[in-house]
Design a protein around this ligand. Structure first.
Ligand code: BG6
Length: 444
């Protein structure tokens, strides 16, 4: 079947840095069907040659030694550029005529919305108006999918104008990280471990994503959203749900996603009565030769409010039979001492199982006296490990929704996050300072 992969925002940063390089690898490795075509849509004036040259220069930059001029010469033949001002109906008419779905409808069309959420409504409405969504079409969207329950619910309704849930692929790039996908394998392939995977045997589970980077030019968004919404609502919630879910009877996309949703729906509510004892939020100040958050953001925007938290730790309870009363600690922050994402499962008998998501991709089993440490590498290191986007795009092309976030999951997590924010506001919870390059504050 013919396939069209259409990127709105096709010459933006995400497309050039992640999507087109990922598609290059999939093309090179024979993972795209013969009739696969990629169209990049943008309103900039560009000739085909200028566009191809832009893509070539970016691939040279991002692929280093993996760039092969010969492969690119044939890859470039499946690339095309479409100049469309998304706010202009005449441009849409031309775009629709070019696509020519009416006469050539038996093909799969994947629309990738690499545009700000404020454009989602226009794109979805036009797709419906011009009948551009044949049965086999899919829609791919990226975070931020809303900033609270209400805005996320609006976005979901917009997407549903033209697509049903089976066609929508919501990306959380953490789901493209190999260690995260391995969590289910680890649990289902080791019955003795799975037997111990509950509150009777486990004392606590720590889920950490610590970053060394600061705000990196995203002042406006980060200062408004803070890491609670930028990281906990999505990436840490995804890790938590894979760790805490019950294993489904069959490993099918919706069976897995049903179990994940159950975890998020079972999170004990945090609100004004308990937010102080269950959360800590922080902001970095100058330290270790690095500027503080406020100085950094005011250099980019002198009017920035400076109220965004750059660190959060939340003590979370999952209220179901398996986990009732056992705490999960979700911890994330920017400008911390090291870059690390991992899950530490601490058993009551002192044993520890650690799944490292990055920088290494491995699992360690550590005995109670720390004398025995078994390390299992979770990927084949002799092969190139595909980047998160490459894995995810491959799944989209194959039509497998397992590693994409379903609407009910996203809504349940926003509801829970909104409770924390309301609690912070009602109790006027303070932001704790921590030094850049340190380990961040601790929950008491
Ligand atoms: C993004 C957040 O989704 O994930 C960023 O918006 C964060 O603030 C990034 O830095 C972390 O991703 P990774 O893959 O580098 O751990």
């Amino acid at each position: 079947m013919k396939r069209d992969f259409i990127i709105f925002g096709g010459i933006g940063d995400l497309s050039l840095r992640k999507l087109l390089p990922s598609l290059y690898y999939l093309y090179r490795d024979g993972q795209l069907s013969e009739d696969f075509r990629i169209s990049c849509v943008s309103r900039a004036d560009k000739t085909h040659d200028e566009f191809v040259e832009l893509v070539r220069s970016k691939l040279v930059e991002f692929l280093d030694d993996d760039f092969d001029a010969q492969v690119f010469a044939s890859y470039s033949k499946i690339l095309s550029y479409k100049k469309v001002d998304l706010t202009d109906k005449h441009d849409w008419q031309k775009f629709a005529d070019d696509l020519n779905i009416r006469n050539d409808g038996g093909r799969e069309i994947i629309y990738y919305l690499s545009v700000p959420p404020t454009m989602f409504a226009t794109v979805c409405e036009r797709i419906r108006e011009f009948n551009l969504n044949p049965e086999y079409s899919r829609l791919v969207v990226e975070k931020p999918l809303g900033e609270d329950f209400d805005s996320a619910s609006k976005i979901n309704s917009l997407l549903n104008v033209s697509f049903d849930e089976k066609q929508i692929f919501r990306i959380d790039h953490y789901l493209g990280k190999p260690a995260l996908q391995k969590i289910l394998d680890i649990r289902s392939n080791d019955p003795s471990l799975e037997e111990k995977w509950n509150k009777e045997n486990i004392k606590r589970i720590n889920i950490t994503v610590s970053e060394t980077v600061g705000v990196e030019g995203r002042v406006e968004f980060l200062d408004r959203a803070g890491v609670l919404r930028d990281m906990i609502q999505n990436h840490l919630m995804q890790i938590l749900s894979f760790i805490a879910m019950d294993l489904p009877a069959e490993m099918a996309a919706d069976a897995i996603r049903d179990q994940k949703v159950s975890v998020v729906e079972a999170l004990a509510k945090i609100g004004s009565d308990n937010v102080k004892s269950l959360t800590v939020k922080g902001q970095y100040i100058a330290g270790n030769n690095m500027p503080g958050y406020i100085d950094e953001i005011r250099q980019q925007n002198e009017n920035a409010a400076g109220t965004g938290e750059t660190f959060v730790e939340v003590k979370v309870y999952v209220e179901n039979d398996r986990w009732q009363g056992m705490p999960f600690y979700l911890r994330t922050g920017k400008r911390l001492a090291k870059r690390l994402a991992d899950v530490e499962v601490i058993f009551k008998d002192g044993e520890k199982v650690v799944v490292e998501i990055q920088p290494e991709i491995c699992m360690r089993e550590i005995s109670s006296d720390s004398e025995i440490q078994i390390e299992r590498v979770l990927v084949d290191k002799s092969k190139r490990i595909p980047e998160a986007y490459e894995f995810l795009i491959h799944q989209i092309v194959k039509g497998d929704q397992t590693y994409f976030v379903r609407d009910d999951e996203i809504m349940a997590s926003w509801k829970w996050i909104d409770g924390i924010r309301a609690g912070w506001q009602a109790t006027n919870q303070k932001i704790i300072d921590y030094k850049a390059g340190s380990n961040g504050p601790e929950l008491e």
